[in-house]
Ligand binder design. Sequence first.
Ligand code: PHE
Ligand code: NA
Length: 455
Amino acid sequence: MSSKPHTHAQWSSRLAFTLAAVGSSVGLGNIWKFPYMTGESGGGAFVLVYLVCILLIGLPILMSEWLLGRLGQKNPISTMSNISARLKRSPAWVLIGVAGVLGAYLILSFYSVIGGWALAFIADAATGSFESLTADTAGSLFGGLLSNPATLLAWHSAFMLMVILVVAGGVAGGLERAAKILMPLLAVMLIMLVGYAATTDGFGEAAAWLLTPDFSKLDKDGVLAAMGHAFFTLSLGMGIMMAYGSYLSDDVNIGRTALIVVVLDTVIALLAGLAIFPVVFSNGLDAAAGPGLIFQTLPLAFGQMPGGEVFGVMFFVLLVFAAWTSGISLLEPIVEWLEEKTPMSRVASAWVAGIATWLLGIATILSFNVWSDVSPLGMFGKFEGMTVFDLLDYATSKLMLPLTGLATIVFVGWFMGRDEVRSQLNMSDSAFSLWSFVARYIAPIGVVVVFASSL
Ligand code: PHE
Ligand code: NA
């Protein structure tokens, strides 16, 4: 057990901690991003690689971030500088914290735009726009939204405002209480959607496609995408989980709690896939439709099922809620950093960080219409045809998160004392040996190999 005095408040209970971690991890990554990436990467093989990455890379890195946070008892930047100074390691390890703040900024800029899409769909569901949709009209409902920068900006602003207000006001406690009800409800809604999907004729085909790996459909970039998404979906590589860990009391078992978060996050993603692809297959939609996939697919399902108007509203409300809690966790590190580095108050920091993020979000909005043919790095073959949004996504999920995650686990595996790590994890001998082996060899080598092969 850590002998250092705790410098700030602890989570009131393990449940509160787990809820906050699930609130950050379960979000658009599970319900929006996982399905469309699976669709673009050909199905089962992508899912399998993703699951392996979650287990062998994501889980040990999540545990590493929490144990560093609990030892450091500070924000990620100070935590890394304190721990590396105490262990007489290079001060460069602080870069893990710095890269995290930048990553959070870049991700939130587009996350908020997609959160805005979900808000727009609450309105569509409530006004009966899903009724009697066909594959074509569902496509144009979404296409209409995408082609209109002013509408997108309005919804992006609304989502960003929701995030800023919570972070500025520090009322996250109320949200946590809401999460206790709303996150399980989201799971129930997804199960119902899977139930509906099971009645469509595409179900068997979709389930087989999702669960049977066909490696001829997965290229190297798909493998990198699967690994990057393991980081994105668990909110890793940004110091967010490290910051949470600093509130973790000594009696919480890190391994067990990490496993709960990982399982919940993964189950939600798989349910989303099982809900969406049968509708895709039954209606002859394109599985590789990209970021619009769920927004073209789910409205069709809601339009066809009994009670679909009510369920449609409920579903998009819950999706917004899940996105909101993740968005808050993304703004938080930026605000903490500003608060510490500048004389600004928390409220001022929240507004400054929020407005800066909102401004960058405009680039993502334009990527889907006015700038849809603009490819800033198009001169480099690899990035040909990638919009600003594509580049932001690539830079964060495929580069920054895996690199900072790699640095984190290398630090814990190779630069910290075995005994200290061991007492933090509080595991049996054999469990700790296994953990060490994965953390020192499997996870880092996995990240490096996936990187190297995709270059
Ligand atoms: N994990 C969140 C999701 O899957 C997104 C997120 C990424 C949140 C990074 C915080 C940090 O939706
Ligand atoms: Na997630």
